[in-house]
Design a binder for this molecule. Structure first.
Ligand SMILES: Cc1cc2nc3c(=O)[nH]c(=O)nc-3n(C[C@H](O)[C@H](O)[C@H](O)COP(=O)(O)OP(=O)(O)OC[C@H]3O[C@@H](n4cnc5c(N)ncnc54)[C@H](O)[C@@H]3O)c2cc1C
Length: 518
C-alpha cells in the first residue's frame, strides 16, 4: 500500500491535470492517472485560444465585465476577479514551459471572439492552440520526475473519516484494480460532452470525475448549464469538427440553406452574439427550412487570411473535399462545454477535505449560466495554480464551505417506467440530444428524467472501461436533466419553451449532494 502513496494524485491529463502536475512536483511526489493515452483529452482540440487582458485597450476590469455579462447573473464575482487578474501570471508559466503562442514583431498576437469587447485571445499555430498546449505540457511532464499511468481509469474515490485518502483505479489493459493513496486528490477529468448525440468532445469526456465526486459525497452544481457550440461541421460520414468562434470573429457570416443571412434577424450583434443565442437561432432556421444544417460563409474574406489564420480548419475541410475559401461550410450546433460540475471554492477545494477539482470538471463559478469563449483554458490554469498554492500552505487541506444561498439537495426519487428503450450509449445520447438539448421543455425533460431514472435503477455492475463510462454518463444525465427540470426559467445556455423568460427568483444555483438532508 505504502508504495502507492503520493503527495498529489491527479486524475486526468488535459491542460488542468498536466499544469497542476508541473507545479506540484516542486512541492512533493506526483502521480497522474489517465484513462487513455496522455494526450486523449479535449484540450488538444481547442482552437480559438486563451483569453487574457493584455492588449493596450484592455484591462482585467474589462475582461471581468465581459465575463460577468456572459454569465447571465450567475457568475461568481470573486471567482471572475481572480480569473481575470491572475491570468497574466499563468500565461507567463505556459510561455516558460514552452507553449509557442503566435507573435508578430515579437509581440503576442491577440484575436477577437464573440462577446469579448476587444481582441484578447492568445493563440498558437493559428487555430491549433490546444494541440500546442497539450504537446508542450505532456513533453514537460515526461521530462519531470512525475509518474504517469496511462490506460488507468479512476473508478472510486477513497474516503476515510470524512477525508479523501486516495483513489481506486482500473488498469484497462490488465484488468487489475489498485488503490492509490495520497494527501491531495485532484480531479481534472474534463466535462461530459459525450452525453449528447452531437458533440465536439473527445470520446474520453464522459463525466467520470463528476460521477465519482457525487458518489463520494461532493457537491455538484449548475449541471443544467451545458453550452452548445453553434458552428460544428456537419458533413455526412465526418465526425463533428469544430469551426472556431474566431472564424465569425474574423468576419464569417451564417446563412440558412436558402442563402439568407439570418443572424441579424435575431440579434443586434448578429454573428457575434453569445453562443447560446447563435445556437438557438440556428436551430430555429434549420427547423424553418427543414434542414439539418446551415452554412458558414467565409468566401468573401481574403484566402490568405483564412489559410494563415485558420490553417487547421482549412486543412481539415480540404481533406474532406471542401475548399472553404471558395465554398460554404455546412454547420450545425453540437454539445461543447459543461459550465457546471464539482463545486469548488476559489482554491479548488470541494466540500470533502483532501478532494480538489480543476478544469472543466470543476464548477468554480466563473462561467455562471454561459461561458465566454476562450475562458475555459484560462480557468483551468488559474484555478489549478491556486490548488497547488493552497496545498503548499495547508498540510491538511480544508474544504469548501456549504453555500449559504443554495443548500444542496438530493436527486428526486422517481418511479421506474414500465417500458423504456434499452440502455446503450447511442440511446442515451439521442435521448439527451432530443429531450435535454438546446431547446428544452418541462414535458421533454420529464420524459427524459423518467427514462434515465429507470436506466439508473437497473445499471449493471461495471467491470471494464465502457461499463464504468456508461454508468457515469447515466448519473450525469440524471443530474443535468433534474437540474434543468428544477430551473423553471430560461437563462444563459438553459432555455425552456415553457419558461422562456429569466426570473429574478432563479438567480441562484442548483446544487446536488448524494447524502443531503431531504
Ligand atoms: C473542439 C473544442 C474546442 C475548444 N476550444 C477552446 C478554446 O479555444 N478556448 C478555450 O478556452 N476552451 C476551448 N475548449 C474547451 C477546453 O478545451 C476544455 O474546457 C479544456 O481543455 C478542458 O481541460 P481539462 O484539463 O479540464 O479536461 P480535458 O482536456 O478534457 O482532459 C480530461 C482528462 O481526464 C481524463 N479522464 C477522464 N476521466 C477519467 C478517469 N475516470 N480516469 C482517468 N482519467 C480520466 C481524460 O482521459 C483526459 O486526459 C474547446 C473544447 C473543444 C472540445
Amino acid at each position: 500500500m505504502k508504495t502507492n502513496y503520493y503527495d498529489y494524485i491527479i486524475v486526468g491529463s488535459g491542460i488542468a491535470g498536466l499544469y497542476i502536475a508541473l507545479l506540484a512536483i516542486e512541492r512533493g511526489s506526483v502521480l497522474v492517472l489517465t484513462k487513455g493515452s496522455i494526450d486523449d483529452c479535449n484540450t488538444k482540440y481547442a482552437q480559438g485560444g486563451i483569453a487574457v487582458a493584455m492588449g493596450k485597450d484592455d484591462s482585467p476590469e474589462l475582461h471581468f465585465k465581459d465575463t460577468m455579462a456572459a454569465g447571465a447573473g450567475l457568475s461568481d464575482a470573486e471567482a471572475v476577479c481572480i480569473l481575470t487578474e491572475e491570468a497574466a501570471d499563468c500565461m507567463a508559466d505556459l510561455i516558460k514551459f514552452g507553449v509557442p503562442f503566435d507573435t508578430l514583431n515579437g509581440e503576442i498576437t491577440l484575436t477577437r471572439e464573440a462577446a469579448h469587447s476587444v481582441s484578447r485571445v492568445m493563440h498558437a499555430g493559428g487555430d491549433a492552440t490546444g494541440e500546442h498546449i497539450e504537446v508542450t505540457l505532456s513533453r514537460e511532464v515526461r521530462a519531470a520526475p512525475i509518474k504517469v499511468l496511462e490506460n488507468c481509469l479512476a473508478t472510486e474515490i477513497l474516503v476515510q473519516k470524512g477525508k479523501v485518502v486516495g483513489v481506486k483505479a482500473l488498469d484497462c489493459q490488465t484488468g487489475s484494480v489498485d488503490d492509490y493513496v495520497c494527501n491531495s486528490l485532484i480531479l481534472a477529468t474534463g466535462g461530459a460532452g459525450r452525453l449528447f448525440k452531437y458533440t465536439t468532445n473527445s470520446d474520453v469526456v464522459t463525466g467520470d470525475g463528476i460521477a465519482l465526486a457525487f458518489e463520494a459525497g461532493a457537491e455538484i452544481s449548475d449541471m443544467e448549464f451545458f453550452q452548445f457550440h453553434p458552428t460544428v461541421l456537419r458533413l455526412p460520414g465526418v465526425a463533428p469538427f469544430l469551426i472556431s468562434e474566431a472564424v465569425r470573429g474574423e468576419g464569417g457570416i451564417l446563412k440558412n440553406v436558402e442563402g439568407h443571412r439570418f443572424m441579424p434577424d435575431y440579434a443586434a450583434k448578429a454573428e457575434l452574439a453569445t453562443r447560446d443565442i447563435v445556437a438557438r437561432s440556428t436551430v430555429r432556421e434549420m427547423k424553418k427550412t427543414h434542414s439539418d444544417r446551415v452554412f458558414l460563409d467565409v468566401t468573401h474574406l481574403p484566402s490568405r487570411l483564412i489559410t494563415t489564420r485558420f490553417p487547421h480548419i482549412y486543412r481539415f475541410c480540404r481533406n474532406h473535399g471542401l475548399d472553404i475559401t471558395k465554398g460554404l461550410i455546412p454547420v450545425a450546433p453540437a454539445a461543447h462545454y459543461l459550465m457546471g460540475g464539482v463545486k469548488v471554492n476559489s482554491w479548488g477545494e470541494t466540500n470533502i477535505p483532501g478532494l480538489f477539482a480543476a478544469g472543466e470538471t470543476a464548477c468554480t463559478g466563473v462561467h455562471g449560466a454561459n461561458r465566454l469563449a476562450s475562458n475555459s483554458l484560462l480557468e483551468s490554469v488559474v484555478f489549478s495554480k491556486r490548488i497547488v498554492e493552497r496545498t503548499k500552505t495547508s498540510a491538511s487541506p480544508e474544504s469548501c464551505q456549504p453555500s449559504a444561498v443554495s443548500r444542496p439537495c438530493c436527486l428526486p426519487e422517481r418511479e421506474a417506467l414500465p417500458k423504456v428503450p434499452s440502455l446503450t450509449v447511442p440511446n442515451l445520447q439521442s435521448l439527451m440530444w432530443d429531450k435535454v438539448g438546446i431547446i428544452r421543455s418541462g414535458k421533454s425533460l420529464e420524459e427524459a428524467a423518467g427514462i434515465v431514472a429507470t436506466w439508473e435503477s437497473c445499471l449493471p455492475q461495471p467491470g471494464d472501461r465502457p461499463s464504468y463510462e456508461l454508468n457515469n454518463l447515466v448519473l450525469c444525465a440524471r443530474l443535468v436533466t433534474e437540474a434543468a427540470l428544477l430551473r423553471e426559467e430560461s437563462r444563459g445556455a438553459h432555455f425552456r419553451t415553457d419558461f422562456p423568460q429569466t426570473s429574478p427568483e432563479w438567480q441562484k444555483h442548483i446544487v446536488f449532494r448524494k447524502n443531503a438532508v431531504k
